[in-house]
Design a protein around this ligand. Structure first.
Ligand code: MIC
Ligand code: SF4
Length: 648
């Protein structure tokens, strides 16, 4: 039987002996140990990942390539960020890791440009790591601890997802872009539609999409909840890599003609129209033409979804000779230094500045709430990937997501505008050669003996958890609804993000957007439990959304369902992720109810625990379906303890 691309890469990266029998391992739901070729971290998750790697006691990373990027925390309103940068730079040097300096660009954009290799596996401590799927990599987002284990040469344990074939036909019409393809999928499938799935793109429409366009689509596959998304490696891939002076790493990779898939979805590219995701969810998608008059106080172009050279060239062509509308601020944060160098050289930068764009650093910036919060009750149209409530820094702002074409057209009119109303469509092609200048990437050195790791006062030791007791008892500290994001659990933004290396300090902000008294209550109660709805923990890969609750004594989360990365993070930090056996049992629980679970270890074997509600005097059951390895991790009190025990 033929293989699809995902199966081909997985079979090439199995970290176990299979005796040639591949069929058993690749059943959806099976746990697959995968060898990881490359890892990436960014500064907001990287400091923890490297502290965890360091705690494993190795001399050097064991991957083919590991890169540490600095792109999230660059505001430096105080000493914390700069100290973290120094720590990251010195620890990278110590352990044989490439260091992409602040100012070099957003991790996913730079990785695509300079490091991604078709057919390889990439594990990143950032949920948008699947961006590299645009190059034909199997690229997966995970918690920092999973990435640390991969850097130490350990396998990444993937629960085999279903592989969904997305067949693209036709070609995009002028003014319609890759962003509209993924917004269409989000419209159809919702933020839960990709859970437990990998989206593999195929069909004649694929060849018309360039690698940066493909990367926009695979990037935002994360918003579908998908494990990852992947495109074939073909002539477009070769052209992109050749333009990056990296043609030597290209190799063709396509599915066999008789490959099978769990499901198939068709999209006729020629029928798509400009779309927009409305507040406060990336799946609240409508056609631009279906929204009425929408005044915009801010338009922001950037983020790892849409800040490539071709994206910004289109924006520059649309803005050329015109001026941003007086009632709108146009903010541009380019994806990388390479993008800026290209725009500077060909004059497009001048068009942007002349039009009145406010140019920011090549970082995540406003995407993660690091500056540029919109005005109160304002509307902000962004080319980013997430518009969760409050993520922009302004709780009552309405954040809309759309393509660079829609954003640029709207910046000129001050209101949401269909770019098809503009005159001439700017044809922008991939350049034959990008400017190659890797001087902001510090490569690893062989002799690391004299390197001292610099740790500022904000870098606090890792908290750990004791091994799992047999009795778990505590109050319901908080009950939340469906689709709670990790931004709700552990907010980011200019005030909180600088504390990522300091768990005692950052834990004060757990759930602060929902319930500012949460941290104090948790501490007074000596910890407790959280009750969640569907898709609990969707969004970012930040393990702080598990690590900080662990620090506050959270012992279990009982939810209707969990998002993949967050569920793993909870297990990695010794917090029980329980699912209501009967979903309606969610309804009867109240904050402050005292809950008790006994015989936990036996319950883990059975896959179900009995939860006694002492306050209301009744019991219900909660499922906990774990692989053998996950059980051991929970028993050990988390992945770090487990890894240390294993290596003893
Ligand atoms: C995000 O987009 O939310 C982030 C910031 O990039 C996160 C990582 C983090 O919280 O540090 C992600 O997507 O994983
Ligand atoms: Fe950075 Fe935003 Fe991309 Fe996250 S989604 S990596 S914050 S640009």
């Amino acid at each position: 039987m033929g293989l699809n691309i995902v199966e081909k890469i997985i079979l090439n990266h199995l970290a176990v002996q299979t005796n040639g029998d591949h069929t058993i391992q690749l059943q959806p739901g099976q746990e697959i140990p995968l060898t990881i070729d490359q890892t990436l971290t960014q500064d907001a998750t990287g400091t923890m990942a490297y502290l965890q790697f360091e705690a494993m006691g190795l001399e050097r990373v064991k991957t083919k390539l590991s890169v540490s990027y600095v792109d999230h925390n660059t505001l430096q309103t105080s000493f914390e960020n700069a100290d973290d940068h120094l720590f990251l730079q010195t620890i990278a040097a110590k352990y044989g890791i490439y260091f992409s300096r602040p100012g070099n660009g957003i991790c996913h954009q730079v990785h695509l440009e300079r490091f991604g290799v078709p057919g390889m596996t990439l594990l990143g401590s950032d949920s948008h790591t699947p961006t590299a799927g645009g190059l034909g990599m199997l690229a997966i987002g995970a918690g920092g601890l999973d990435v640390a284990v991969a850097m130490a040469g350990g396998a990444f344990h993937l629960t085999m997802p279903q592989v969904v074939k997305v067949t693209l036909t036709g070609r995009l019409q002028p003014w319609v872009s890759a962003k509209d393809v993924i917004l269409e999928l989000l419209r159809r499938l919702s933020v839960k539609g990709g859970v437990g799935k990998i989206f593999e793109y195929a069909g004649e429409g694929v060849s018309s999409l360039t690698v940066p366009e493909r990367a926009t689509i695979t990037n935002m596959g994360a918003e579908l909840g998908a494990t990852t998304s992947i495109f074939p490696s073909d002539e477009q891939t070769r052209l992109f890599l050749a333009a990056q002076n990296r043609e030597d790493v290209w190799r063709p990779l396509t599915a066999d003609p008789d490959a099978t898939y769990a499901e198939e979805i068709w999209i006729d590219l020629s029928t798509l129209e400009p779309m927009v995701a409305c507040p406060h969810s990336p799946d609240a998608v409508k056609k631009v033409t279906d929204l009425g008059e929408l005044p915009l106080q801010q338009v922001a172009i950037g983020s790892c979804t849409n800040s490539s050279y071709t994206d910004l060239m289109k924006v520059a062509a649309i803005l050329k000779g015109k001026t941003v509308h007086p009632s709108t601020n146009l903010i541009i944060s380019p994806g990388s230094r390479q993008v800026v160098l290209m725009l500077a050289k060909n004059g497009a930068l001048e068009s942007l500045i002349a039009a009145g764009a406010r140019l920011l650093e090549n970082t995540c910036g406003p995407c993660i709430g690091m500056g540029q919060a919109p005005c109160s009750r304002g509307n902000s149209l962004r080319t980013f990937n997430r518009n969760f409530e409050g993520r922009s820094g302004t709780k009552d702002a309405g954040v809309y997501l759309a393509s660079p074409e829609v954003a640029a057209a709207s910046a000129l009119t001050g209101k949401l505008t269909d770019p098809r109303t503009l005159d001439v469509y700017p044809e922008v092609n991939l350049p034959q050669k990008f400017i190659i200048d890797d001087s902001m990437i510090i490569p690893p050195v062989e002799d690391t003996a004299g390197i001292t790791i610099r740790r500022g006062p904000n870098i606090k030791p890792l908290p750990t958890r004791e091994s799992l007791p047999d009795l778990v008892e505590g109050v319901v500290l908080l009950k939340v609804g469906d689709n709670i994001t990790t931004d709700h659990i552990m907010p980011a933004g200019a005030k909180i993000l600088p504390l990522r290396s300091n768990i005692p300090a950052i834990s004060e902000y757990v759930f602060s957007g929902i319930d500012p008294a949460f941290a104090a209550r948790a501490k007074t109660a000596g910890g407790g439990l959280i009750i969640g709805g569907e898709n609990y923990g969707q969004g970012s890969s930040r393990e702080h959304a598990a690590l900080a609750p662990m620090y506050l004594g959270v012992k279990a989360v009982i939810a209707r369902s969990f998002a993949r990365i967050h569920r793993s993070n909870l297990i990695n930090f010794g917090i029980l992720p329980l699912v209501f056996t009967v979903p309606q049992d969610y309804l009867g629980l109240n904050q402050d109810d005292q809950l008790r679970m006994v015989d936990i270890h036996q319950g883990l074997e059975r896959g179900e625990l009995v939860v006694e509600n002492i306050t209301q005097n009744y019991s219900f059951t909660a499922r906990i379906q774990l692989t053998a390895r996950e059980k051991e991790i929970l028993r050990a009190g988390g992945l770090l303890n487990y890894t240390k025990q294993k290596s003893c």
